[in-house]
Write a protein that binds this ligand. Structure first.
Ligand code: PLP
Length: 367
């Protein structure tokens, strides 16, 4: 079976370096918020671009929660998001008391700027884009609207490490951005991890306070904070992986380019990349009319697939209970969720494995 992902392959690529770093941290006697965390924060910010800062936190969801709090989001504020976004983004928004307001995505699965203005009310404080599947959102019109209407702009970059929009990496396009370093992410660790990035140092300084019991110095608490700290082991291992990101992204691009060139089944719609973007292939997502049939066909032939995700966030039971959404509220989103299928994509695949995926996808004849 060719798995949809196999995290041990990424580990094996740089096994010696990971093991050496893990031992170094274990032997250091310092395990939470230390020099590995501060070095990772500096190195990640520098790799994203000039003039930005990073604060490491314990996971991507908390990056959203703490990042929004640090940027001044208040209870009852409305934040515009895409209806096909991930539930964790909505949880982060709601855990800080704010309300997600959904709009339909564009043909690239990203937030469609054309739908923003109609969703703005007097309570709207921000737009939060999630750059899904490893592709940047088309930001020009969104930046223009946010500037004109006085809205904050946030980016959920959990799936878009080093995905550029017109030469600038996602994470540097708005007021603050939120990263996950969950193991499956393109820059994923070996446990949970997350980060907030901003060009505004005051936001990052505040995240550093909130993540540590609201404390600005030891035993002195100026905010009702949390324990959202990143540990040294994860930060150290992420530093190792960060160095290899160009090679890891090139591996993914090689797999994707072969899929794009060689999959030629008219029943299978391939992903598109708009001008100004370079896809980083967190997911390679195709669309097929018979989602379940296609998946079953590939499973029988030894090719793993996934759906990211079958149920959009507003139709999750907790959201239906809270806001009363119904199927049919966002037809474009539902059409996406009913037809998307992710093909195997990971840090490394053998050429024969890529060929096998292509061959089986091309053999699919419907039904
Ligand atoms: C778009 C998006 N936002 C947020 C998250 C949450 O990140 P974490 O799992 O690190 O909490 C994820 C992770 O799955 C994600 O894909």
């Amino acid at each position: 079976m060719i798995p949809i992902n196999d995290l041990s392959r990424g580990f094996r690529l740089y096994q010696q370096e990971y093991e050496a770093k893990a031992l170094e941290v274990l032997r250091s006697g310092w395990y939470v918020l230390g020099k590995e965390v501060s070095s990772f924060e500096e190195e990640f910010a520098a790799a994203l671009g000039e003039g930005c800062y990073c604060a490491g936190v314990d996971n991507g969801l908390d990056a959203i929660l703490v990042g929004l709090m640090a940027a001044g989001i208040q209870p009852e504020d409305e934040i515009i998001v895409q209806a096909n976004g991930y539930i964790a983004t909505m949880l982060g928004i709601m855990q800080c008391g704010a309300v997600p307001v959904f709009v339909e995505p564009d043909e690239y699965y990203q937030l469609d700027a054309a739908n923003i203005e109609a969703a703005i009310t007097e309570k709207t404080k921000a737009v939060l884009v999630t750059h899904l599947y490893g592709l940047a959102t088309r930001m020009d019109p969104i930046l223009e609207i946010c500037q004109r209407r006085g809205l904050l702009l946030f980016e959920d970059c959990a799936q878009s490490h080093f995905a550029p929009w017109q030469g600038v990496y996602t994470g540097l396009l708005g007021d603050a951005s939120f990263f996950s370093f969950y193991p499956t992410k393109n820059l994923g660790g070996f446990g949970d991890g997350g980060g907030v990035v901003s060009r505004k140092k005051e936001i990052i300084d505040r995240v550093k306070v909130i993540r540590n019991y609201g404390s600005d110095y030891r035993y002195h608490n100026i905010e009702i904070g949390y324990n959202d700290r990143l540990d040294e082991l994860q930060a150290g291992l992420l530093r190792v992986k960060l160095k290899h990101m160009p090679a890891l992204l090139a591996n993914r691009d090689h797999i994707a380019q072969r899929y794009l060139r060689e999959i030629n089944n008219p029943l299978v719609e391939l992903p598109k990349t708009p001008a100004g973007c370079k896809h980083t292939w967190y997911q390679f997502t195709v669309r097929v009319a018979n989602q379940a049939g296609f998946r079953e066909f590939l499973k029988e032939r030894g090719v793993g697939t996934d759906i990211a995700w079958k149920t959009p966030p507003y139709l999750q039971p907790c959201m239906v209970e809270k806001f009363g959404y119904r199927r049919g509220d966002f037809p474009k989103t539902e059409a996406i969720c009913d037809t998307i299928v992710s093909l195997p994509m990971m840090d490394f695949m053998e050429e024969e494995e890529i060929s096998k995926v292509i061959q089986e996808v091309n053999c699919y004849a419907g039904l």
